[in-house]
Design a binder for this molecule. Structure first.
Ligand code: FAD
Length: 449
């Protein structure tokens, strides 16, 4: 492949990984990152938020041989650990015995990816450089230094916009391209990060290898483990309404709310009230847009092309999968960037739309259904059936999370079919008694025909 000079906007998770893929194909990569170098700033990993990394993400990391490096900073979570209001807890496995999603600190994985990117001979990252716009005609990236405010320009053969959900590269296209489709949707809930610190000698105060959920109907709290023994908790709660962030405006109100809703977590959260008052409340957005490629020269990738809500734990995984697909196309069509880029957007758009919709649906599942015995029974029936007939039934969660060979768009379609079957099964009289019977099995097989 003849070497191109490529600018990437953003050294986030996807921009950093993309640079490794492109440099391994022989290109010269310059990344411009708006923020200072987080490896030099004093970031405490314990305070950073964490993300669930699953099989699509691993595939992206394995493709450039860096999965083992990331495994060192990942904690496997084998299922959901449900905390009911009455103090009862329940473990719900995500998949088969050894299948897990993995908790990784966002800062740690980003720093590691930057290190690995810079180890490539052909990658250079410039920090504090904010892209202000890109000139389509001359392929010039315009930059402004955050501190000095000095402006510079950089010309390249190709540009990738990997600058996240509020991408300047995308706005640039929106303003200067004809027939650019764009939508953004904020859900009514926001989120706030809180912390459960370690006990003595760094001891985990709850089950370490699980994703903890406190499902409460219209809202929920979750917690993911960090290597130093603490848990990052995230409260997802409507902005307005009876139980909402708007109502939690005093320490007394927060204390009362948490004692009522999350009684088992409160004793583990000694800094709860200060954290709640000091930590920001953030919003959650889905962004859909098209095209992602402009004149086969400027390309959006990761959240810049498709920001999704976090309830399927797939935003980063999907962005890493973008890199894999792009790389497969580079292998298949060497030097033919017109084909590579147009096929990339054609393939990825339906899949990113599908995971965006699945992610919205999973909010209801996590905050509401995980506490519902009917839902738990349905999952048990599906797991049993899938174990017996693996070629006939792969549960939706497993398709999305553990099956990178299944496209998100296929998973969405299959999931709809499966749910219709399960609705009829769950409506059978006495299903709680005969859920593992031959009759149920035969009915499912018949409906699959
Ligand atoms: C609360 C929450 C929980 C999540 N949990 C998960 C999870 O469990 N699993 C999962 O897979 N995903 C999760 N996600 C989604 C995940 O964080 C994103 O999908 C992922 O970060 C996207 O990576 P990216 O590189 O495209 O964008 P980002 O990570 O946002 O990186 C963009 C980079 O571009 C830089 N930048 C922005 N503008 C400019 C500019 N003008 N010039 C130069 N640089 C610029 C930014 O500083 C940043 O470094 C979660 C998201 C949220 C909000």
């Amino acid at each position: 492949m003849s070497a191109k000079n490529i600018n990437i906007i953003g050294a986030g998770l996807v921009g950093s990984l993309l640079s490794i893929y492109l440099s391994k194909r022989g290109h010269n990569i310059t990344i411009y990152e708006r923020r200072p170098d987080m490896r030099k700033a004093n970031i405490s990993a314990g305070k950073s938020i964490n993300l669930a990394l699953s099989d699509r993400g691993w595939r992206g990391l394995e493709g450039v041989g860096i999965a083992n490096e990331i495994k060192k900073i990942a904690i496997p979570m084998y299922g959901r650990f449900i905390h009911n209001k009455n103090g009862n807890t329940q473990f719900q496995p995500y998949g088969k015995k050894d299948q897990a999603i993995n908790s990784v600190s966002r800062a740690e994985i980003n720093m590691k990816l930057m290190d690995l990117a810079e180890q490539q001979a052909k990658v250079k990252i410039y920090f504090n450089e904010r892209c202000t716009h890109i000139d389509k005609a001359t392929l010039t990236t315009y930059l402004e230094h955050n501190e000095t405010k000095k402006t510079t320009q950089s010309q390249s053969h190709l540009v990738f916009g990997a600058d996240g959900a509020f991408a300047a590269s995308r706005l640039n296209m929106q303003l200067h391209s004809d027939r650019f489709e764009y939508s953004q949707h904020y859900i009514s809930a926001g989120y706030k990060e809180l912390i459960i610190p370690p006990g003595e000698n760094g001891k985990f105060l709850m089950e370490k290898n699980a994703l903890h959920i406190w499902p409460r109907g219209s809202f929920m709290m979750i917690a993911l483990p960090n290597p130093d023994g603490n848990f990052t908790c995230t409260l997802f709660l409507p902005f307005e309404g009876e139980k909402s962030f708007a109502k939690l405006n005093t320490k007394e109100a927060v204390k009362q709310f948490f004692e009522e809703e999350f009684p088992d977590a409160v004793p583990l959260m000694p800094t709860l009230l200060d954290d709640f008052m000091n930590n920001p409340t953030s919003s959650l957005v889905t962004v859909k847009c098209y095209p992602w490629v402009f004149e086969n020269k400027i390309t959006l990738i990761g959240d810049a092309a498709h920001a999704i809500v976090p309830f399927y734990g797939q935003g980063m995984n999907c962005g890493f999968e973008d890199c894999v697909v792009l790389d497969e196309l580079m292998a298949k069509h060497p030097n033919d960037w017109d084909t590579i880029l147009s096929t990339y957007q054609h393939l990825r758009k339906p899949d990113s739309d599908a995971i965006a919709d699945l992610a919205i649906g999973n909010f209801v599942e996590m905050r509401d259904k995980t506490a519902d015995p009917t839902f738990v029974l349905q999952k048990k029936i599906e797991a049993r059936f899938s174990e017996k007939y693996p070629d006939k039934w792969l549960p939706l969660y497993s398709m999305v999370t553990f099956s990178p060979q299944v496209r998100y768009s296929t998973a969405l379609k299959e999931g709809v079919k499966q749910q219709a079957i399960m609705d009829s099964i769950m409506a059978l009289p006495h299903i709680t008694q005969k859920w593992d019977s031959e009759e149920v099995e035969q009915l499912m097989l018949a409906q699959l025909k």
